[in-house]
Design a protein around this ligand. Structure first.
Ligand SMILES: NC(=O)C1=CN([C@@H]2O[C@H](COP(=O)(O)OP(=O)(O)OC[C@H]3O[C@@H](n4cnc5c(N)ncnc54)[C@H](O)[C@@H]3O)[C@@H](O)[C@H]2O)C=CC1
Ligand SMILES: O=C([O-])CC(=O)C(=O)O
Length: 313
């Protein structure tokens, strides 16, 4: 039995779906759920624990009474914060969610300072930055979830377009998790065949645009919040890679210290995830056009970081 503990702070749509996936899979021995909605978090803990028992999983699920219950966490996932509604961009969540991030990271600092922290709250890259600056943790210890989700969306739209290769599509998306993320068609394949060989330029442009708007499409349809099944699954892959020291390579949002020519900024790039968190950052060869799109995406994150620096740090 694996003796590993995962704590999830923020047990709304994404947090509860993640807890449900992890508990039923049995990839950790203990899950602690923490939220300001006390009755809801207790209900979630009971319901998910009962699900784990139905699944004959060894994972024990509990609601936290206070920050102390985060002690000995191997991984802490933060999904606390408000989601956007139709008419909003992720960036509109900046000030509200930065305040929430600052308050929850204090508990992590006090009770789980050795944990690897996965941030999910939006605007993602700016929230990773907030978590890093507030905690003072090292940059390998805090990592944001977005690239796996955006790449999965791109794979979905490629499948929709080509009509074959389900389960065999690999896609790549870099940059910040905002309106100007950078899908990379030349690093995207169906069973190893580059999509640039299968699809026309116009078809690829359509896939790129749909990928960038993938979150918004769901927000418009849901009306009350944003996507959670794919985000939760993407996060569960990161949790698993860290707990089991899998050294898997995933696109994640991380602090750059010179990589890609940037310092003191957070954005999405391919990294290796293992028990130490971000164990390596890979620098892909980008063509001129991709480099300029990546620069543009980093600039957008920098604009948010400038606001945070002025108001919070
Ligand atoms: N990085 C990504 O790709 C994605 C990011 N998100 C973001 O994740 C966040 C959560 O999304 P949902 O789960 O759909 O929202 P939700 O509203 O269903 O859940 C958020 C939860 O956070 C809790 N919360 C608020 N303040 C808290 C605090 N101080 N301590 C503990 N818990 C607190 C709320 O009570 C609520 O249960 C949003 O900011 C959303 O934009 C969502 C999907 C994908
Ligand atoms: O769209 C949103 O606001 C939530 C999110 O980040 C996503 O689903 O990509």
């Amino acid at each position: 039995m694996v003796n590993k503990k995962v704590s999830i702070i923020g047990v709304g749509n994404v947090g509860s779906t993640l807890a449900y996936a992890l508990a039923n899979k049995g990839i950790c021995s203990s899950i602690v759920l923490k939220d300001i909605r006390e009755n809801i978090v207790q209900a979630m803990a009971l319901d998910i624990s009962q699900s784990a028992n139905a699944a004959k999983s060894h994972t024990v699920v509990k609601a936290a009474k206070d920050g102390k219950d985060l002690e000995n966490s191997d991984v802490v996932v933060i999904t606390a914060g408000i989601p956007r509604k139709p008419g909003m961009s992720r960036d509109d969540l900046l000030l509200t969610n930065a305040k929430i991030m600052q308050s929850v990271i204090e508990d992590v600092k006090t009770y789980a300072s050795n944990a690897i922290v996965i941030v999910v709250s939006n605007p993602l890259d700016a929230m990773v930055y907030t978590a890093l600056k507030t905690s003072g943790f090292s940059s390998n210890q805090i990592v944001g979830m977005a690239g796996i989700l955006d790449s999965a969306r791109m794979s979905h739209f490629i499948l929709e377009k080509v009509g074959f290769g389900a389960g065999q599509i690999e896609s790549s998306v870099m940059g910040g998790h905002g309106d100007d993320m950078v899908p990379l068609p030349n690093y995207s394949t169906v069973a190893g065949v580059a999509i640039t060989e299968i699809l026309s330029k116009e078809e690829i442009t359509e896939i790129v645009e749909k990928t960038k708007n993938g979150g918004l499409q769901i927000v418009k349809l849901l009306e009350t919040g944003s996507a959670y099944y794919a985000p939760a699954h993407a996060t569960s892959l990161m949790v698993e890679a860290i707990l089991n020291n899998q050294k898997k390579i995933y696109p994640c949002s991380v602090y750059l210290n010179g990589e890609y020519g940037y310092k003191d900024i957070v954005t999405g790039v391919p990294v290796m995830l293992g028990s130490k968190g971000v164990e390596k950052i890979f620098e892909l060869e980008l063509n001129e056009m991709q480099k300029s799109l990546f620069d543009n995406s980093v600039k957008s994150v920098q604009t948010l970081v400038d606001v945070l620096e002025e108001k919070f740090f």
